[in-house]
Write a protein that binds this ligand. Structure first.
Ligand code: HEM
Ligand SMILES: *[C@@H]1O[C@H](CO)[C@@H](O)[C@H](O)[C@H]1NC(C)=O
Ligand SMILES: *[C@@H]1O[C@H](CO)[C@@H](O)[C@H](O)[C@H]1NC(C)=O
Length: 481
């Protein structure tokens, strides 16, 4: 579905790529694999049998909880399967996931399809491992750490305050609206708050790029992929123009990630990046930032809607903050957002329950001995965040939406909504900040009800409530009690 696939954090193949290109390849591969592996080395248990096509489609059309849990029950915490044309090892234990993502991360590299790499830009952070990745990561983190985003609170608040009134009285598609919100925030974190004339153009080209992101990678005139690649080229040119301009100017207010990547931040190690490297990473970060945040915000609205008591409690917490701001005659600050314990737990529980990134992809860079099993070079390895987040051993009654479970910290390595290790999400504080600021204003001023199918979920690698959760938002003052 649109969201997951237009997110950067997608599986290496979209369904349509798969259907058209991979069926024959997959049949062949199945045969080859039968011969390739020496019998004495013990592969993880699991079925590599014929009905792979069925398995693949099921992975993206079924409830992922039951897809994974049925296999886990049968084979244990590490099992092999065959999805989207690739032999895979799926991992559902926190300790083993930690090994893949943290302690033995050097043996497992991130893996994306070539078409996605071309579309985002091959020099973007996600695709790299080792020294280039490490120094890039330092820069991206520098732009997204609390000390760097603290100053954005009022800018994000302004975006919220412009957006909320446009929701009043008519049915809105929550997911679409949250995308607008998250995109505007992503633009600020990429470029800072100054309004260059290039911004509108960049926004427009971005939308074109996104439309083709999920399409079959067929670069022929007229195809969505071709159009997206054309937008990518224009985006490249626009960004390079902006980069050249910012390199020359010594305006201090030109902020955001771009400023850090240009090496204009005195405190940061001076890695000399080329214009292309900068452009690819700006585009990549906006990609990673906006659909993920939009879909978690959609779930947040849904869970609060379904749990009236929690909504009341969150509203009381936010009203307390509002009264304080009123008494002190000032606006919301970063420090205020650090004093929202209940709202923060609701956000954590949303991240756990929704697990919008059900899993991530790695690839074994060499033959690896792992927990007594043999993982051949080139196999995909998938730590299943969702299975860990929904395991009753770590989160009793996992299906229940219960923020109070976060009153004590979760067991180590069991809660990874933002991944773990060298590739973990540098945007996690920003994402949480967006949720807090939106909830602050939304709960104080509005109520909402779901106008579509209440309990439907669009399954996919990146599930969201059905139809993007249509809701009607009403000002609280208009509710007669
Ligand atoms: C609720 C929202 C978000 C979720 C659930 C999320 C989740 C994740 C996860 C699980 C990863 C690791 C993927 C892997 O190990 O393969 C990741 C990576 C990344 N995320 Fe996020 N993310 C969110 C929002 C953001 C935001 C707002 C930004 C930027 C402003 C961002 C930027 C990135 C980047 C740059 C990476 C790649 C890091 C690397 O490869 O070293 N994300 N994200
Ligand atoms: C962006 O433009 C530069 C210079 O024309 C080129 O070298 C680079 O490959 C382009 N990047 C992408 C992703 O098209
Ligand atoms: C929404 O409806 C209420 C009354 O039903 C009205 O007072 C308010 O102005 C409306 N808001 C917008 C943005 O139209």
């Amino acid at each position: 579905m649109q969201l997951f696939c237009s997110s950067l954090l997608t599986p290496p193949f979209s369904q349509s790529d798969f259907v058209l290109l991979l069926i024959p390849a997959l049949l062949l591969l199945g045969l080859v694999l039968q011969w390739r592996h020496p019998k004495h080395k013990r592969l993880p248990p699991g079925s590599m049998g014929w009905p792979y096509i069925g398995e693949t489609l099921r992975l993206y059309t079924e409830n992922p909880n039951s897809f994974f849990s049925s296999r886990q029950k049968r084979y244990g915490n590490i099992f092999k399967t065959h999805v989207l044309g690739c032999p895979c090892v799926m991992i559902t234990s926190p300790v083993a996931a930690r090994m893949v993502l943290v302690s033995r991360a050097h043996l497992f590299k991130p893996t994306y399809p070539r078409s996605k790499e071309r579309m985002i830009g091959p020099e973007a952070i996600f695709f790299h491992q080792g020294a280039y990745h490490a120094s890039l990561k330092k820069l991206v983190q520098a732009a997204l750490l609390p000390c760097a985003i603290k100053g954005s609170v009022s800018e994000i608040e302004q975006i919220v305050l412009r957006l909320l009134p446009t929701w009043e009285n008519s049915s809105i598609n929550t997911l679409q609206e949250m995308k607008r919100f998250a995109f505007d925030v992503a633009m600020i974190s990429a470029f800072g708050n100054n309004r260059d004339f290039e911004m509108e153009g960049i926004k427009h080209l971005y939308q074109c790029l996104e439309k083709g992101y999920n399409s079959m990678p067929l670069d022929l005139p007229g195809t969505p992929f071709h159009k997206a690649m054309k937008a990518r080229k224009l985006l490249n040119e626009t960004l390079r123009g902006l980069i050249a301009k910012r390199r020359k100017s010594d305006e201090e207010e030109s902020g955001g990630l771009l400023r850090v990547l240009l090496g204009k931040d005195q405190n940061k190690p001076n890695l000399q990046l080329s214009d292309s490297q900068i452009a690819d990473n700006i585009i990549g970060v906006i990609f990673a930032a906006h659909d993920t945040t939009a879909s978690i915000l959609t779930w947040l609205i849904k869970y609060l809607h379904d749990n009236a008591d929690l909504l009341e409690a969150v509203t009381r917490e936010q009203e307390g903050i509002r009264r304080k701001l009123f008494a002190e005659n000032r606006g919301l600050t970063w420090d205020d957002t650090r004093h929202m314990p209940l709202t923060s737990r609701v956000i954590q529980e949303t991240l756990r329950t929704a697990s919008i990134l059900s899993f991530t992809f790695r690839e074994a860079m060499e033959d690896v001995e792992f927990e007594g099993y043999f993982i051949p070079k080139g196999w995909k390895v998938l730590p299943l965040f969702r299975s860990i987040h929904h395991c009753a051993d770590f989160f009793p009654h996992p299906e229940k939406f219960d923020p109070s479970r976060f009153e004590v910290p979760p067991k180590p390595n069991t809660f990874m909504p933002f991944g773990n290790g060298v590739h973990s999400c540098p945007g996690n504080e920003l994402a949480k900040l967006e949720m807090l600021i939106l909830l602050h204003h939304l709960t104080i001023a509005y109520r909402w009800h779901v106008t579509g199918d209440e309990d439907g979920i669009q399954y996919g690698p990146f599930p969201v409530p059905k139809q993007g959760l249509p809701i009607t938002v009403v000002p609280r003052s208009k509710i007669v009690s």
